[in-house]
Write a protein that binds this ligand. Structure first.
Ligand SMILES: CCCCCC/C=C/CC(=O)SCCNC(=O)CCNC(=O)[C@H](O)C(C)(C)COP(=O)(O)OP(=O)(O)OC[C@H]1O[C@@H](n2cnc3c(N)ncnc32)[C@H](O)[C@@H]1OP(=O)(O)O
Length: 719
């Protein structure tokens, strides 16, 4: 797992071999220990180069080993042995040097990187800290502020930035191993003492206490309950204040707590889940590895409202040529300006040229005649979308894929309006579409595997977490959101306030509670849907019967606010009040509290004390219960699909792994027991009726999440 060769007569070349990312598995660590020993004891060897095969230095510790009993030589003594070697050791960094991979490189005396390489200590995103000396070595090398930035965010830096920061000694555009060997020859025989980072003092940081206090406050705020970023700050503080050996001891203690934490398990689950959803399967048996995507060179977007503009930007940024169609001239001109500005901003951020020429604007739908794929993004209205699909079917060349950007409409109904329903899929983007990570690719019963493969591949190119889901009302994300929001409304009726509900959810880790989120997205959106469903009635009726609609409990609170013109941030009033329309700072609104009081009195409801636990159990377990229904219905292939959707698109705290992982952590029996409890109290609420899959899982002994498949009839999970 580590190959040894002698090159240029006196350089020992060690090559890590563990595809795909040369992770530091037990075998690789053993290989490094053995080959380093061999190089150091060979009198003909004057210096050593460590590199990785297949253009990647090392992706860090083998994350798959974390769940098991770790065997093989430990990382820290291995890295210390390299640092204390009496021959220069040079790391030749191509591709990535991440986590333990970078720590290994920091143990080397010199680092040469290819210009396209990326380096970082991303352990924090796995719920860990760089505990093979990274938290102690990096601050000594590049100073406390820069090290804190890298370690607490886990961000990967380019080779150019690494050079600027002082992490690497040289960057090359040529063959990195050749450059490293040449470099190793040039430094043979030089004193290595100044190159041993562990012996450096940490660069002085003025006002250390105040500095760390401020950093800790910021990190706590952005961590939203995640513990690893805080431990990272504590570890770097140890580097800044303690001798190396004591700092290492502190690093070890902090890591010991993180390593076995539920948060680390959740974050590592997310890492693998995000990769597993790419291996999609459909209930028909079609799957990612047997369905060939069609080539897409040219795409079109129809409708340049907020969503269409974001989608155009996301497509153009992949390098595709895009025809952007808007029939209204004024809208088209405004969209052109907005899209160009977004492309320019994005390009500036990424340090590339804006793809302005990649977009051609047109008022005429005929302009899409020769594109390979169209994304329709007109207003969410089935009649309008149907009309557009009929036009597209007449205009587009044979074989063009027709995708609809919809958050809830029936993809199959649209498909049935075209002569080639197999070419139709839904692409549910989230606003702003060029920023948000999530894409639900919605297949109907007639969507071809090729159409799904093409949409999934396009999503990946756009950098989206793309999840293939079946066609049903709300697909996965919004279908699960419905009971969550309804429970929040019911809690208001029973005595809670928007502030209480939001606080409980934000303390759980959501960036915004349900009411602040609703104010942001606009209360009128849900109102329109409920009107369409025939649920909205004049607000004069009172009593329990007025709150039973279509045979189930219904809260008209959202409708009543809309009738008052309170649509949220855009009108300056919603569940909260705002300084002015469009303002973002939510303030508690006495009007709302008296409105709730009057509403309860009108309906004979007596307010009771509601605590955070009840808020979490009712909102989250109702959402999770819907997730079990979705799995049982075969709409999502496995729990990881649901979890990726919720973490990347709905603000579910990543360190809690997603709703289905969370249910697994809480214990399925507990979730079932609480749902049964609330269902007894609220028999007129069907979404509190535990799903049969949840019952089956509990009856079969609550298997761990990767074994749920055995209880799911239509499983196509890949984890
Ligand atoms: C008290 C105990 C002390 C223990 C000390 C433990 C020390 C830990 C320090 C660490 O090093 S933690 C690991 C830090 N490294 C990372 O977080 C890197 C994770 N990987 C990536 O970011 C990316 O994979 C990549 C390296 C940038 C490559 O990206 P690319 O898009 O090219 O490929 P992927 O699809 O992401 O990955 C391909 C394949 O490889 C698997 N994989 C990637 N990294 C690892 C890893 N470190 N360990 C195990 N497996 C890894 C990945 O899962 C993919 O496989 P899959 O089958 O498709 O899932």
């Amino acid at each position: 797992m580590a190959e040894y060769n002698r090159v240029s007569e006196c350089v020992g070349l060690i090559t890590l071999r563990n595809p795909p990312v040369n992770a530091l598995s037990a075998a690789v660590r053993q290989g490094i220990v053995d080959t380093v020993q061999r190089a150091l004891s060979d009198p003909n060897v004057k210096s050593v180069v460590i590199c990785g095969q297949n253009g990647i230095f090392c992706g860090g510790a083998d994350i798959k080993e974390f769940g098991s009993n770790m065997t093989g030589p430990p990382l820290i003594p291995m890295i210390h042995a390299i640092e204390s070697a009496n021959k220069p050791v040079v790391a030749a960094i191509e591709g990535s040097a991440l986590g333990g991979g970078l720590e290994l490189a920091l143990g080397c005396h010199y680092r040469i990187a290819h210009s396209k390489a990326r380096l970082g200590l991303p352990e924090v995103s796995l719920g860990l800290l760089p505990a093979a000396g990274g938290s102690q070595l990096l601050p000594r090398l590049i100073g406390v502020p820069a090290a804190l930035n890298l370690i607490t965010t886990g961000r990967h830096v380019t080779a150019a930035e690494a050079l600027q920061l002082g992490i690497v000694d040289q960057v090359t555009d040529h063959n990195t191993v050749d450059a490293a060997v040449k470099f190793a020859l040039s430094v043979a025989g030089r004193s290595l003492d100044p190159r041993r980072i562990s012996t450096h003092p940490c660069p002085q940081q003025p006002d250390l206490d105040a500095f760390f206090e401020e950093v800790m406050q910021k990190v706590r705020q952005s961590a939203r309950g995640a513990i690893a970023p805080i431990a990272c700050v504590q570890a770097v503080r140890a580097a800044a204040t303690l001798p190396y050996a004591q700092g290492m001891e502190r690093e070890r203690e902090l890591m010991a707590t993180l390593f076995t934490s539920g948060q680390a398990r959740a974050l590592q689950y997310c890492f693998f889940a995000e990769r597993a959803v790419g291996r999609w399967r459909m209930p028909s048996g079609a799957r990612w590895d047997t369905s060939k995507p069609r080539p897409v060179h040219k795409a079109a977007v129809i409708g340049l409202g907020t969503m269409g503009r974001g989608i155009t930007v996301a497509l153009a940024q992949t390098g595709l040529s895009v025809i952007a169609v808007e029939t209204q001239e004024k809208q088209l001109m405004e969209a052109k300006q907005a899209i160009s500005a977004m492309l320019e901003r994005g390009a500036k951020r990424r340090g590339v040229a804006p793809a302005l020429d990649g977009v051609i604007y047109s008022q005429n739908i005929q302009a899409v005649a020769d594109v390979d794929l169209v994304i329709e993004a007109v207003f969410e209205d089935i009649a309008l979308k149907t009309k557009v699909f009929q036009q597209l079917s007449a205009v587009c060349k044979p074989g063009t894929l027709l995708c609809t950007n919809t958050s809830a409409l029936d993809v199959d109904q649209l498909a049935s309006e075209t002569p080639n329903p197999e070419l139709v899929v839904g692409m549910h983007f989230f606003a702003p579409a060029h920023v948000m990570k999530l894409l639900e690719v919605v297949y109907g019963p007639r969507s071809s595997p090729q159409a799904v493969a093409t949409a999934m591949q396009l999503g990946k190119k756009m950098g989206k977490a793309s999840v293939a889901v079946g066609n049903c009302r709300g697909f996965v994300g919004n279908r699960m959101l419905k009971p969550y929001i309804e429970e929040a409304f019911f809690l208001l009726e029973e005595g809670a306030t928007p502030e209480l509900v939001d606080q409980a959810l934000e303390e759980f880790g959501f960036p915004m509670g349900v009411f602040r989120m609703s104010d942001l997205s606009g209360l009128d959106v849900g109102w329109r849907v409920r009107k369409g469903d025939g649920l909205v009635e004049p607000g004069t009726a009172s009593g329990r019967s007025a709150r039973i609609r279509q045979g189930r409990r219904y809260s008209p609170l959202g409708d009543l606010l809309c009738e008052e013109g309170r649509f949220g941030q855009k009108t300056g009033r919603g569940w909260y009040q705002y300084d002015k329309p469009g303002s973002r700072v939510a303030r508690s609104d006495p009007w709302l509290h008296s409105f709730l009081g009057a509403y309860r009195a009108q309906h004979g409801l007596v307010a009771r004390r509601i605590d955070h636990q009840e808020v979490l159990e009712r909102c989250l377990y109702a959402l999770i219960n819907e997730g079990f229904h979705i799995l049982d219905d075969g709409i999502a292939a496995g729990p990881e699909d649901i979890d990726v959707i919720y973490v990347s698109g709905y603000g579910w705290p990543r360190h809690r792994g997603g709703p289905m992982f969370y249910a697994n952590m809480v214990g399925l029996a507990k979730v079932l027991e609480r749902l049964e409890h609330y269902q007894q109290l609220h028999p007129e609420v069907p979404h509190l009726q535990p799903s049969s899959l949840l019952r089956r899982l509990v009856a079969s002994g609550s298997p761990p999440i990767h074994k749920w498949g055995e209880a799911i009839k239509k499983l196509h999970s890949q984890l």
